[in-house]
Design a binder for this molecule. Structure first.
Ligand code: SAH
Length: 458
């Protein structure tokens, strides 16, 4: 399925499947809150696409014929490089053997042709040369006036990534992170611990809905505990952080907010809680209101590798059970600039406990699911490499995994399957959770989460 992205100026508003992107874009348009031009791009071509936003999102989709439309550039009514989506009749000439083959297919000829085109497009999506061309197209529409634009696009087409990134890193808004993510579609591998189980850095949209359903009633979406969040906060304080009124905390991958509430109730700080899944943020919003934190806790739907914040705005950044989504090293590197001078980062990461040796089964499992897994000592070194001074660390006890996380999750599995009609995808998710749980039961002495408290070095 194609991916789309919407930009308001240089800020990324939404990225994902067409429905999601249309919903988000429509919400922004309806709120009339953006003064920036709003542009939507089709990732497969990098070209801008226009939609008729009248009516509901369903109306918009219906007009597009989203399910089976041949999209974009095939439209002969497209004006000025702004193709409209829609089904367009046109003559096709084929040899008799092609027609014979087509008529032997179960779908009608147009349907079969559309399927073949979509399959070819999906293959092209993984062709690096075509991805570069598509990014080039997108940047021409979006960033033609940016500093160093021509030099950057030359570096892009020459596949000189370092030079391209060196130039594009100075671009405004979400562009630097967006182009990096584009050229590195696999991104860092993710750990099937926490809400985003097996899969890529950002879950596929159809998985997002499943995950929202699976996790929204669990107290947390990854191993951890209130006592441990407090313990980590004490280390931050002991190292000299002032977290009174006027200070700001950024909680990344907050989920439904287990640690957000602890952060808010143990400090006077303003807390900005960020997650990719709106369902989780809505639940957190309810919990914040119930707890009476009113305006002090804000939620924001964004990806933690494309954060819309100014440099140096936060006293403390928090990432419990979530850094793996972008990678420990990658996250530490990217978030450093958002911290004030001498600011702190509290982050948990999956680690080997002890130097080994370990049973082959557990070693093989994690090396394949999360190749970056390493010892606590090695992760401290990574933190030092990334420009932090470790101010403390501890490992999370078993209760954080079993009582706090897997227990409630396991209880919800059957009801979840029932709600999902035992679909193949839901069964796959449940299977993933069960095998992870089984592994922890047998080998939990060999690995777990470590909580790191790190101070930004000058
Ligand atoms: N901190 C919470 C949730 C951990 S699970 C807890 O400990 O309970 C990981 C969370 O990261 C999920 O809520 C998931 O939706 C979120 N997530 C995954 N990829 C993300 C991304 N790229 N940007 C922001 N959040 C992301």
């Amino acid at each position: 399925m194609s991916t789309f992205s919407t930009f308001a100026g240089y800020q990324l508003v939404s990225s994902g499947d067409l429905k999601r992107v249309l919903e988000d874009t429509k919400a922004l348009l309806d709120s009339n809150s953006s003064t920036e031009p709003i542009l939507i791009f089709d990732h497969s071509t990098g070209r801008q696409v226009d939609f008729d936003f009248r009516g509901s999102v369903e109306d918009v989709l219906a007009r597009v014929g989203a399910k089976d439309a041949v999209e974009g550039q095939t439209s002969n009514k497209a004006g000025k490089g702004r193709p409209r989506l829609g089904v367009v009749p046109a003559e096709v000439t084929l040899l008799p053997r092609h027609w014979e083959w087509l008529s032997a297919q179960p779908a009608k000829a147009s349907g079969t042709l559309r399927r073949l085109v979509e399959e070819a497009r999906a293959r092209e999506g993984s062709d690096p040369r075509l991805r570069i061309q598509a990014l080039g197209n997108l940047l021409w529409s979006l960033g033609g006036n940016l500093p160093g634009f021509e030099e950057a696009t030359r570096a892009l087409y020459a596949q000189d990534r370092n030079k391209f990134f060196a130039l594009s890193d100075s671009w405004p808004g979400d562009l630097p992170a967006f182009v990096r993510a584009w050229l590195d579609p696999e991104g860092p591998r993710s750990v099937p611990v926490g809400a985003i189980g097996a899969g890529s850095a950002s879950p596929a949209p159809e998985d997002q809905a499943l995950l929202e359903d699976l996790y929204k009633d669990t107290p947390r979406q990854g191993p951890g505990g209130e006592a441990q969040t407090e313990q980590a906060l004490q280390l931050v304080r002991a190292a000299g952080a002032a977290l009174g009124p006027g200070s700001r905390i950024l909680d990344l991958g907050c989920g439904t907010g287990a640690q957000t509430l602890v952060l808010a109730s143990n400090t006077g700080s303003e807390v900005v809680a960020v997650d990719l899944l709106q369902g989780f943020l809505d639940r957190l919003g309810d919990r914040v209101r119930e707890a009476g934190f009113g305006g002090r806790v804000k939620t924001l739907r964004a990806s933690m590798d494309a954060l819309p914040f100014e440099e140096g705005g936060f006293d403390l950044i928090w990432a419990e059970g979530s850094a793996y989504n972008v990678g420990f090293r990658e996250g530490l590197t990217a978030w450093r600039r958002l911290l004030k001078r001498g600011g702190f980062l509290g982050v948990t990461e999956l680690c080997w406990f002890g130097a080994g040796p370990r049973p082959v089964e557990v070693e093989t499992y994690w090396k394949s699911e999360y190749p970056a897994i390493d010892t606590v000592g090695a992760k401290l070194r990574v933190a030092e490499d990334c420009g932090y001074v470790p101010a403390g660390f501890f490992t999370l006890p078993r209760t954080c995994w079993i009582e706090n996380y897997y227990g409630p999750l396991e209880q919800g599995l059957e009801p979840f399957l029932a709600r999902q009609g035992h679909s193949a995808e839901a069964l796959r998710v449940v299977e993933g959770v069960r095998s992870e749980l089984d592994l922890y039961g047998r080998f939990g002495a060999f690995y777990g989460y470590a909580f790191f408290i790190l101070q930004k070095r000058e």
